[in-house]
Design a binder for this molecule. Structure first.
Ligand code: NIG
Ligand code: FE
Length: 422
């Protein structure tokens, strides 16, 4: 099985000598090539070069390849969405009017709505209901050019339902074309049953849930919502350190609503990434730059909660490696459109059109430990390839709010053609 993509107007390989998460001007290296073809063999990229060179090197493969004509279009790596709350029951459109009328996200949550509402719906949902719903969401991701998705648990908040969510993630990893990377987030909220007894719940996470999740091999990462009224920095530190002891890499929802020194904590515990950071302090940003902590920025959340945006420009200029993601979840960011999120990052966080492409491919891959395999178009990497129906990459942000995805190749198989799932 071979595929040959010819005649693209632009091929953005995102390839670079830099193998670490990219910072500052490294984030603008698109590896843009013109007049090259891409040869895919099996699930891997075999060669990116002018067609004549590919023919000389692989005459037999070229003769037998399925040829895709990308004339007038651009080619780039499949998008990586490195922060989602993919598996959940129900929807929360009723909260939108409450928020439009002035109620805050935290008011709604403290009154038993928000994450608590979704927790109830997730506890009530059967495994199959959750699986089918998640499968549909992933189809939608794929139609928008996303080929790798991180998925957090955290709508169970008890052992049984957290494991149910993680097993849904596991089954979906096995069956859906999109690659799914699993994060345990038992510390997403303090369940109503433990209100006033928060430390007891922290103890359950540390002594029961983390060991079980690790033993069953159901997650690679361990995340915590460090926020006033949710988990304190001290509790968050205990939870993240406990995860580390069981081989789970720390991530942290930090400084989303009120400054809480979450960015500082991420740097201190050696988290791979700190996420949100809408109100991260100058000191926190400097600490992340020093430690090399990746900032996963989620401008869809600022948009949907009508909150101030994270200081993406400052973070890039300060040397923090920045990734961007949807935060897809039923409360603060119910969208799978990473292309729209790229646009928000340009318009509202002052990031450039080049930086947002890096932030949603290779830097996002770094944030979930997948940079060796995806995030760039390079010989030997997984053939996750997008063909977008625009003549140059700048039109991706110019013609905003639209889905430009024409073709998606996932691990060497065409899975979206002419914008439709096959
Ligand atoms: O990343 N901040 C916490 N968690 C999610 C929202 C979850 C929800 O509202 O259901 C977030 O924004
Ligand atoms: Fe989140």
């Amino acid at each position: 099985m071979a595929i040959l993509i010819n005649n693209a107007n632009e091929v953005l390989t995102l390839a670079s000598e830099v193998k670490l998460p990219r910072r500052r001007e490294q984030m603008s290296e698109l590896g843009l090539k013109k007049e090259v073809s891409i040869l895919i063999e099996g699930d891997r990229i075999a060669m990116i070069a002018p067609l004549e060179e590919i023919k000389n090197e692989f005459p037999h493969l070229v003769n037998n390849a399925d040829v895709i004509d990308a004339r007038g279009k651009i080619v780039m790596p499949g998008l990586v969405d490195c922060h989602t709350h993919l598996v959940h029951g129900g929807t929360r459109e009723h909260e939108l009017n409450m928020r439009l009328a002035g109620k805050s996200y935290m008011d709604i949550m403290n009154a038993g709505g928000g994450i608590h509402y979704t927790t109830t719906k997730t506890r009530e949902a059967s495994f199959d209901e959750l699986y089918d719903k998640t499968y549909e969401h992933l189809n939608n991701f794929l139609r928008h050019g996303i080929t790798t998705v991180e998925a957090k648990s955290g709508y169970g908040l008890d052992m049984e339902t957290e494991l149910k969510q993680l097993y849904v993630t596991k089954k979906i990893q096995e069956n859906h074309q999109v690659d799914v990377v699993s994060t345990f987030m038992g510390a997403h909220a303090v369940p109503k049953e433990y209100k006033g007894n928060e430390d007891e719940f922290v103890k359950i996470i540390i002594e029961q849930m983390i060991p079980k999740v690790a033993e069953l091999g159901l997650a690679e990462f361990n995340d915590v919502f460090c926020e006033k009224g949710v988990f304190t920095p001290a509790q968050s530190r205990l939870i993240l350190e406990a995860g580390k002891a069981y081989g789970l890499t720390p991530k942290i929802h930090a400084d989303e609503i009120e400054p809480y020194e979450g960015a500082e904590l991420a740097a201190e515990v050696g988290a791979i990434s700190a996420e949100h950071l809408l109100v991260a302090s100058d000191e926190g940003i400097a600490a992340m730059a020093k430690a090399g902590t990746i900032a996963v920025l989620l401008p869809g959340t600022a948009f949907f909660l009508r909150a101030p945006y994270a200081r993406g420009r400052l973070m890039v200029d300060s040397g923090v490696p920045v990734a961007i993601s949807t935060d897809f979840n039923p409360g603060s960011s119910p969208t799978i459109s990473l292309p729209f999120i790229q646009n928000l990052a340009c318009m509202n966080m002052g990031m450039t059109m080049e930086e947002v492409l890096c932030a949603t491919t290779i830097n996002a891959a770094h944030a979930i430990n997948r940079a060796d395999n995806v995030g760039t178009l390079e010989k030997g990497k997984l053939a996750d390839v997008l063909i977008l129906d625009v003549p140059n990459y700048k039109q991706l942000q110019y013609f905003y709010g639209m889905n430009h995805t024409d073709t998606v190749i996932k691990a060497g198989k065409v899975v979206v053609k002419g914008g439709s799932l096959l």
